[in-house]
Design a protein around this ligand. Structure first.
Ligand SMILES: [Ca+2]
Length: 88
């Protein structure tokens, strides 16, 4: 995780996509690449901001970054952010 924070410090971006979505069933979050359920195994929601709040009924993708204290926010999938990917 320390390496990830160093990457963030080098970038001007404050929002990043990670692979989570609840596009199929509201509130049923899973990793799109693997199909694996996210909750209740692990969550990192920005609960201080009442996330996930599905604002406007259209927040079905997962963002992460310093703007939310390195916690998760659900947001419309139409936003254009850089993505964080895992490398083997
Ligand atoms: Ca949200």
């Amino acid at each position: 995780m320390k390496a990830l924070f160093l990457v963030f410090a080098q970038l001007s971006h404050t929002h990043f996509w990670i692979d989570g979505t609840d596009r199929e069933v509201q509130g049923n979050w899973f990793w799109e690449w693997t199909g694996e359920q996210i909750a209740p195994m692990y969550t990192n929601w920005h609960t201080a901001g009442n996330e996930p709040n599905n604002l406007g009924g259209n927040e079905h993708c997962l963002e992460y970054g310093p703007v939310y204290g390195y916690q998760w926010n659900d947001i419309p999938c139409s936003h254009h952010f850089s993505a964080i990917c895992e490398k083997d």
